[in-house]
Design a binder for this molecule. Sequence first.
Ligand SMILES: Nc1ncnc2c1ncn2[C@@H]1O[C@H](COP(=O)(O)OP(=O)(O)O)[C@@H](O)[C@H]1O
Ligand SMILES: [Mg+2]
Length: 261
Amino acid sequence: MTAVVVDKVTKVFNQGRADEVTALSEVELTVAGGEFVSLIGPSGCGKSTLLRLIADLIEPTTGTVTVAGKNAGQARRDQDYGIAFQQAGLFEWRTVLRNVELPLELRGLSRAGRRARAEEMLALVGLAEFAGHYPAQLSGGMQQRVAIARALAVQPPLLLMDEPFGALDEMTRERLQSELLGICAQTGTSTVFVTHSISEAVFLSDRVVVMSARPGRITAAIDVDLPARDDAARQSDRYFGYVTSVRQELRGVPSQRADAR
Ligand SMILES: Nc1ncnc2c1ncn2[C@@H]1O[C@H](COP(=O)(O)OP(=O)(O)O)[C@@H](O)[C@H]1O
Ligand SMILES: [Mg+2]
């Protein structure tokens, strides 16, 4: 099933006021089931706005958003996606383990079931020993890993991630990128991933969607076809070719690649 359909969506903040801003204009985006799509573009081009529209945290001014075949509000109520945003958004009064358990609680999992699953997810992000800590006792990067574990815990059909790895050191970042791809491949999860990093976008994505600012629009979409997503891929000419294509699109130079569109 198609994971996300954004149909002619325009978002105007503070409409009719002096500080009115058109964050997105006539945006069209379709994400297929199991597809990994990155959004990349300059600061303020509307990446977070687009993700928040898909998550039904805000509503479009015009146009429609469909998630898993339903309107975005219904998909939110049905918990059809997991979200991990820039700010970790953890509950300070809950331990790390109980933060990760939260979406499982909301789904009515048994106590033992959710504990086992939460522990598994914490091990995955390398925080098994910190299960009993509180968020304030962790670094920013560690808090972000907890948020990622929480988003993945329910194995949602769709993941919405807004610069989730931004605060992490390069080694952790690369490890989590690989883990994320492994999880998505295993579970058939679709992902919409916001990033500032061209190399991260290319490494992770089936398609890199390039946006421009004022008003935010999609200016290009580049299909990324790499034989594998491993350390060798990160050093391949093919990979660097895609990085160059995305960089050129970001600069407003149309890409020369035959597979860019
Ligand atoms: N709640 C809001 N109220 C008013 N303006 C907003 C709001 N959220 C975002 N904007 C504006 O919309 C534009 C796009 O913002 P955003 O989606 O956060 O960009 P990005 O994530 O690409 O950096 C910016 O000009 C920003 O100032
Ligand atoms: Mg943003």
